[in-house]
Design a binder for this molecule. Structure first.
Ligand code: HEC
Length: 146
């Protein structure tokens, strides 16, 4: 039942919080990242043995990350740099090619993980580990601490 509760938490994160307007790319990109954070929580719980490995949950975790990666770069149009609510680094707009490459790598690594169809915890550890390595590397380069 822990499985259901944790997935429930991920889904709640997707549907609650601030209302998302298409004219508000900051809110959209933060919501996408919140979903990624929730999915990572579920994956991490399986990695740590706090939650039993489940192939359906494993796929959902990787798919949630992959969905967030697709089109993520478009949520950083010129003019959305500032705003007290964002932790996006100015480096995104100074080094757009580098940021786009980081987004593309996240999309590719999560797609590989989905394609691998991890059927046991060891396979999931490899797929999830490769996907989650992107969090820190992108955040370090393209996010500021508040
Ligand atoms: C390609 C770059 C990139 C990758 C990869 C990435 N993030 Fe992010 N993340 C960002 C940026 C940029 C922000 C800041 C967005 C803003 O505040 O405008 C962010 C913000 C966040 C936030 C804060 C959201 C909020 O409510 O302010 C969380 C949580 C998060 N990321 C989790 C993750 C996790 C977990 C992973 C890996 C599975 C990940 N991110 C991978 C770029 C990335």
């Amino acid at each position: 039942m822990k499985f259901k509760i944790l997935l429930g938490a991920a889904l709640v994160a997707a549907t609650t919080g601030t209302a998302i307007s298409a004219e508000d790319p900051i809110a959209v990109r933060k919501a996408m990242m919140k979903n990624v954070g929730a999915a990572t929580g579920v994956g991490g719980a399986m990695m740590k043995g706090e939650m039993e490995f489940n192939a359906v949950a494993a796929e959902l975790v990787l798919r949630t990350m992959n969905t967030a990666a697709l089109g993520f770069g478009e949520l950083f149009p010129a003019g959305s740099e500032s705003g007290g609510q964002s932790t996006a680094s100015p480096k995104i707009w100074e080094d757009r090619a580098g940021f786009d490459a980081a987004v593309a790598k996240f999309a590719a690594d999560t797609a590989s993980g989905i394609a691998a169809k991890p059927a046991d915890l060891d396979a999931f550890k490899a797929a999830f580990g490769a996907a989650a390595a992107n969090c820190g590397s992108c955040h370090k380069a393209y996010r500021v601490k508040k």
